[in-house]
Design a protein around this ligand. Sequence first.
Ligand code: GLU
Length: 495
Amino acid sequence: MTRPVRLRIAPSPTGAIHLGLARTALFNWAVARRCGGRFVLRIEDTDRERSTAESEAAILEGLSWLGLDWDEGPDLGGPHGPYRQSERIDSHREAAGRLLEAGSAYRCFCTTERLAKLRAGQDARKQTPAYDRRCRDLDPAEAAVRAEDGEPFALRFAVPPGETRVDDLVRGEVVFQNAEVDDWIMVRRDGNPTYNFVVVCDDVAMEISHVVRGEEHLVNTPKQVQLYEALGSEPPRFAHLPLMLGRDKKKLSKRSGDVSLGDYRAKGYPRGAILNFLALQGWALDGETEVFSLERFVEAFRLEDVSKGGAVFDPDKFRWLAGEYLRAEPVGDLVRHCAPFVAGAGQLDPTSQRERAEWLAAVAAGEQERISLYSELPERIAYLFAADDAVVWEPKAEKNARKQGGAVLAEYLDWLRPRLSKGVDAAILRDDTRAWIEERDVGFAALFQPLRCALSGKAGGPDLFDVMEWLGAEACLRRLASGVERLAVVREGER
Ligand code: GLU
């Protein structure tokens, strides 16, 4: 019987969204969307000490920002709620009781000291640490009496003999020898349930059909499969995604650079580029096409095509993708996305941005070819906001300008002054200037290099006459005057 397609993401609200979590969310979401299934968001907050409401809110906000919408979740509710693990304790208790009753779980009264000693002995003998199953054979009735008398106990899963087979959609068949699986703790002595126990309880209750998650959870899978069987439930299909690796081929972590979604948002990576990049972490469209839309991804994505090998995180490629997306944006979107960075740099606050919307759109369009991240715009356009007599000249721009000298610029300024009395019209000025250069036969570089340096301090950039229009007549004249002056001062060593 085929079951309804239901996938989930089950983040622990203990920090920011790691790129690995974002990729897991994307892959789960894509399968749900392609199959017309449901995508569930469940918050795994059983670690009460490390879980925070802020982190939960940030996870919801981050996933929404990515556009990975869920159909059921703590904020939306749904037929299988509640969607916060800590609110499902009653159902976990009920399952624990059932497993105890059936003999699939047992009470373990071993003290922390005994377990520590056991472990130390195993360590000394270089054995894999494992519980010696001392309490597994206790008479259940006797154990119940001890528990009632208040003796603290943990609840352990009684791992059955034999082997456990997992037919993983990515990794194929994986066989685990049960003898190598410890009688693991389901509920700790302090009453707190463990991940392996509650994740299965909740996945069963939420009728999850596919569990798609990072490879680091493969070791948990035999325990979970055995638990499904003990609960009399059909296990889901599993798909373990390859680890995202840093360039050092180790698991991607803070050591390898920025790893949280928030870091990349803060740096101004376009949303589409982030999704596209995540899609490429362990999957490829056709081995050639690297830039593709989210729709295309959803259509083409199959868990069976995910690679087994680790996906190496390539920051240069990420940045390149960012540029591809940024340059393809309609300028209206570009301005909207750059706006917080422009305001953050103190260039134009939101009100001024509204008042100068057209101006900002023209300026942003002028730089679109030259930036890859939204955050790069402020730096590129900072010259427009500089004091006219203190434009910072980049060394290359200054070198070019000095090579030409300031004489032509000075003449041009005299010619220009009366022409700007009614403001700057880039189109007219462009034609007239060209005619002026040709008439005087001075060569374009003789004017344009000192002119660009005086206006922007840069060696390259958008069309010079556009720049003049953006600056306005007065600022242009002041910058040229200051440029002529600065170029007239010959610095030591230049003669
Ligand atoms: N809370 C677990 C995690 O964030 C969920 C693992 C799973 O998907 O089973 O890693």
